[in-house]
Ligand binder design. Structure first.
Ligand SMILES: [Zn+2]
Ligand SMILES: [Zn+2]
Length: 337
């Protein structure tokens, strides 16, 4: 089968490998689509070399068909599935607290463990979730980032009537905006990339574009109070510096972006308005189930987010393109191409 291997910073190589064999409790999947996300771009730049082995296979945003499943697992050949790309211990304090996705021994498929950038993939059936056959391949491939969004919005307890500000209108920011809107919140997204600004507007999302003072805008928009929830999805120092200023008394700042460097945060508003700052990282099973419902019902439209579909052989170029920015949103790898 074909697979793509991480060869070190800045380099992917597409080659061949033996077809994987299922071990006890595993199914073999025929992978159809894999999304490229911010984490993958960090891998590509060598930022996660302490986590990913050389020759490792990335890809954690996956959609696949079951090629072969053990009897009695409830899965059959041809079933459409997404994969919760986590391995956890079920024994540590975090797992016992009910947050196995933050397990102290967590391993992520597509980082520490082989991911989906291979034609066939052996995965424990316990980590597979069925999706309706009515969902298109491209839409199903966006369920993983949608589960990040349902988890983030749920943790921040976004409610009907809330005012929500999202810093960063990439795929995750757009999904957080749409999930918040579906919950009945009013939403604005701060974004500077003109391609993304137009795309968000096309989804009916109000955008605070470049050159606008976003804190002033958000303050005026809420009658001088500040927003109920601000999501930081940029990873950018300028947004981090502003985020606490935009939030009302007892409001919430949610940090979704991956920050690999220390950032300056204004703590005076954090103190003066008794803000809550929370992190949000992965997802629980209920977040996936909510994501699948929102995708299947069309409540959160996913198609417009997919800006490019490339073959596995194009991974290197796709990474470079995604890093350059410009007219790009979600890039999917089509393993069937
Ligand atoms: Zn991701
Ligand atoms: Zn654990």
């Amino acid at each position: 089968m074909r697979a793509s291997f991480y060869e070190g910073a800045g380099r992917f190589r597409t080659g061949t490998a033996p077809d994987p064999k299922a071990e006890a409790g595993e199914a073999v999947l025929k992978v159809k689509r894999v999304g490229i996300c911010g984490t993958d771009l960090h891998i590509f730049q060598g930022h996660l070399d302490h986590r990913i082995p050389k020759g490792g296979i990335i890809g954690h945003e996956t959609f696949a068909e079951v090629a072969e499943a053990p009897r009695g697992t409830g899965f059959a050949t041809g079933d459409h599935v997404v994969v919760e790309p986590l391995r956890f211990c079920n024994a540590c304090r975090t797992c016992r607290m009910g947050a196995p996705y933050l397990c102290y021994k967590l391993q992520v498929r597509g980082v520490e463990l082989p991911g989906g950038m291979q034609e066939y993939w052996a995965v424990p059936t316990e980590r597979m979730i069925k999706v309706p056959a009515s969902l298109s391949d491209d839409h199903a491939a966006v369920i993983e980032p949608l589960a990040i969004a349902t988890h983030s919005v749920g943790r921040a307890n976004v409610k009907s009537g809330d005012a929500v500000l999202v810093f960063g209108g990439g795929p995750i920011g757009a999904l957080i905006a749409m999930v918040s809107r579906h919950r009945g919140a009013r939403v604005i997204v701060s974004e500077v990339n003109p391609f993304r600004v137009e795309l968000l507007k096309g989804l009916g999302i109000e955008v605070v574009g470049p050159g606008v003072d976003v804190v002033k805008f958000a303050t005026d928009w809420t009658g001088g109070e500040g927003v109920d929830v601000a999501f930081e999805v940029t990873g950018n120092a300028a947004a981090v510096r502003l985020m606490t200023d935009a939030v009302r008394v007892w409001g919430t700042v949610s940090v979704v972006a991956i920050h690999s460097e220390p950032m300056a945060v204004k703590l005076y508003p954090m103190f003066a308005r008794e803000l809550t700052m929370q992190g949000t990282r992965l997802y629980a099973r209920a977040d996936w189930e909510e994501a699948i419902r929102l995708a299947a019902s069309g409540a959160v439209p996913l198609g417009p987010l997919v800006s490019h579909t490339i073959p596995l052989e194009g991974l290197q170029e796709g990474m470079e393109q995604a890093l350059r920015g410009g007219p790009v949103m979600k890039v999917l790898v089509d393993l069937t191409a």
